[in-house]
Design a protein around this ligand. Structure first.
Ligand code: UT7
Length: 330
């Protein structure tokens, strides 16, 4: 079988209307704008309204991406949703999105790889298109982080935000100038306890005690995670461009996970890239986990930063530990 080329044909994003600034947070926990800005680059985050959920935001981003690709709902063969904050344990959020968008021909599945979830989902979509099975796949990252963080814990609550991003990945003719070129996925399960939501699963089902102990909120060892994030994102980006003979100066844009501006700047320095080559929008959205990269791609498109044939890298790091990078020609 001849491999089929895949390329991004549509993008979309959604950020809730409500904005919580660092100054607003000063009234909630013992923190300040100067600390948050200098340690993370974050200035604001968007927070879902009471009637918004991971699936409603995912559906809105997905609707835009389908429209932007010039497709109809019946053209979509599969919906993949990357999320660590699904509407519920099951059914999958992808099923809820399929129903909301009325996609009659689409399979549905959620992907659990924390903040790397979008890159993992995208890779699976590229593979399914590559073997000629599907033509158009909707890949979404969507998170309502605000419902899984402890708003009394200043170590974590200042870092996260809510939002969704989506792309349509489509089969394209062999002579297309745009294509997904190469992918690296990796992980280290021994780091699982560094970034976790401890209770609510089969190991520790919900009880009064788990709720009292706040075990249904995200826990993170920030320092430990920071170091692995810098190392892994640098290593896989370097490996990806080297093995495809793409000189670093030829990379138009790296769209990285947005966990901390200092992480992305350290990666940029190690890769000897210019500031213009490293996309950052953490100041506006904070860390939206699996949604940061599709929001970043949609945002970069809106800003007119990408043109046909540009080399683009998407690189993620997250709980698990998980990491992954995609090299593509826009
Ligand atoms: O998306 C998944 C991957 N996630 C990440 O990659 C996140 C990685 N980690 C980080 O981004 C950083 O480690 C943090 C932003 C979480 C923390 O930054 P840091 O420079 O590593 O700070 P720290 O944890 O070493 O804390 C320094 C100080 C501590 O005070 P003491 O012990 O030195 O007196 C903290 O208590 O800052 C204090 N602190 C705060 N102060 C004001 C922690 N959070 C806050 C806060 N406001 N919100």
């Amino acid at each position: 079988m001849k491999p089929v080329k895949a390329q991004i044909t549509g993008t979309g994003m959604y950020a809730p209307e409500k904005v919580l600034t660092n100054v607003d947070l000063e009234k909630i926990v013992d923190t300040n704008d100067e600390w948050i800005t200098s340690r993370t680059g974050i200035k604001r985050r968007h927070i879902a309204a009471d009637d918004e959920t991971t699936s409603t935001m995912a559906a809105e981003a997905g609707r835009q991406a389908i429209e932007n690709a010039g497709l109809k709902p019946e053209d979509i063969d599969l919906v993949l949703v990357a999320s660590l904050s699904p509407d519920m344990m099951f059914p999958a959020t992808a099923c809820l999105v399929q129903d909301k968008l009325k996609l009659p021909n689409a399979g549905t599945v959620d992907v659990s790889a924390a903040c790397s979830g979008f890159v993992y989902s995208f890779s699976m979509a590229a593979g399914l298109i590559g073997i000629g099975l599907y033509k158009n796949i909707l890949v979404i990252g969507s998170e309502v982080m605000s419902r899984f963080i402890d708003w009394t814990d200043r170590n974590t609550c200042v870092l996260f935000g809510d939002g969704a991003g989506a792309v349509v990945l489509s089969a394209v003719p062999g002579d297309s100038p745009s294509e997904v070129i190469d992918i690296i996925l990796g992980g280290d399960g021994s780091g699982g306890d560094q970034l976790t939501l401890p209770a609510g699963g089969s190991k520790s089902p919900a009880t009064h005690e788990t709720v009292d102990q706040k075990l249904h909120y995200l826990k993170m060892n920030g320092n430990g995670v920071f170091k692995v994030a810098v190392r892994s994102m640098t290593d896989i980006t370097q490996k990806l461009i080297d093995r495809n003979n793409v000189p670093v100066e030829k990379v138009k844009l790296v769209v990285p996970h947005q966990a901390n501006f200092r992480i992305n700047d350290a990666v940029r320095e190690r890769l000897h890239m210019t500031e213009a080559q490293m996309f950052n929008n953490i100041f506006e959205y904070a860390n939206t986990s699996g949604a940061t990269i599709p929001i970043g791609i949609a945002d970069a498109v809106k800003q007119g930063l990408l043109k046909r044939g540009d080399y683009v890298v998407m690189v993620a790091f997250g709980g698990g530990f998980t990491w992954g990078a995609v090299l593509l020609k826009w």
